[in-house]
Design a protein around this ligand. Structure first.
Ligand code: NAP
Length: 242
């Protein structure tokens, strides 16, 4: 049975990814930092509904010590990660000039530092088994940059170049590394938009709406199932927006 590790799985896109992979019969390792009750409730729900093993691990993926501890738990349970989905992320809306160093370092640590922490610890076992997939969750703002989201855009741009470089390092070991750059997806991350702002955003998107978290999860599952020759790609899914 294959095992998937999903960071940021307590809600939004991450919770939807967990459901799709459970439906496909994967064993799940689910992580989030703050929402312990929600993550445990999701774990119980998915293991009851799909009869799969679910291991919730609570902690901050931007902290290398926590990530090392998480992998120790994974190895103690005799699990090996076949698919790693680096989904945990945070956003910050506001002018760059109004941000403090602590604020921008926090965003970079959570959004790209976590990807490095997780990849660094998952790669040895994947190389040993000559098998594995890493999927990094990026954003269209990593491709083109967004006003008032300069640091978020930088963190996602870093994910894109890290993905392309790591794919080159790992292709000889039969490990595929891809990123998916989503446009606007309806999740708690965008809950700050007023009704009017959400309608204005939908008007800008040729598809006429935000994507759903279920569509995002379906796309991620397709990349996990894609032929081995797909690697090093930043796949955009944005309803034709950018
Ligand atoms: P969300 O609803 O806010 O969920 C974010 C998840 O990340 C939560 O489970 C959160 O759990 C977790 N998380 C945050 N900081 C963490 C940390 N330090 N350690 C571990 N987990 C952490 O956001 P979403 O919209 O589903 O976004 C998921 C990913 O998609 C993010 O990388 C985001 O940048 C990307 N994305 C989203 C959109 C969009 O429009 N929604 C568009 C493009 C890309 P806790 O707070 O409980 O820790």
């Amino acid at each position: 049975m294959n095992t998937v590790l999903i960071t940021g799985a307590s809600r939004g896109i991450g919770a939807a990814i967990a459901e799709v992979f459970a439906r496909h019969g994967y064993q799940l390792i689910l992580n989030c930092c703050h929402s312990e009750t929600a993550l445990k409730a999701l774990s119980d729900e998915l293991s009851d509904k799909y009869h799969v093993t679910v291991l919730p691990v609570i902690g901050d993926v931007s902290d290398p010590d926590f990530v090392a501890n998480m992998f120790a738990i994974i190895h103690q349970q005799s699990l090996s990660v076949d698919v790693l989905i680096n989904n945990a992320g945070i956003s910050h809306i506001g002018l760059f000039q109004d941000m403090t160093p602590d604020e921008w370092q926090h965003i970079m640590n959570v959004n790209i530092g976590s990807v490095m922490n997780l990849c660094h610890l998952v790669i040895p076992s994947m190389v040993h088994r000559h098998h594995g997939r890493i999927i990094n969750i990026s954003s269209v703002w990593g491709n083109v940059g967004a006003s008032c989201e300069a640091v978020y855009s930088a963190s996602k741009g870093a994910i894109n170049s890290f993905t392309k470089a790591l794919a080159k390092e790992l292709a000889p070991s039969n490990i595929q590394v891809n990123a998916i750059a989503f446009g606007a997806i309806e999740t708690p991350m965008n809950a700050w938009l007023s009704k009017e702002e959400a309608e204005a955003l939908a008007d800008e998107i040729p598809a006429g709406r935000e994507g759903t978290k279920e569509e995002a999860a379906q796309m991620i599952c397709m990349v996990a199932d894609a032929p081995d020759y797909l690697t090093g790609q930043i796949i955009t899914m944005d309803g034709g927006w950018i």
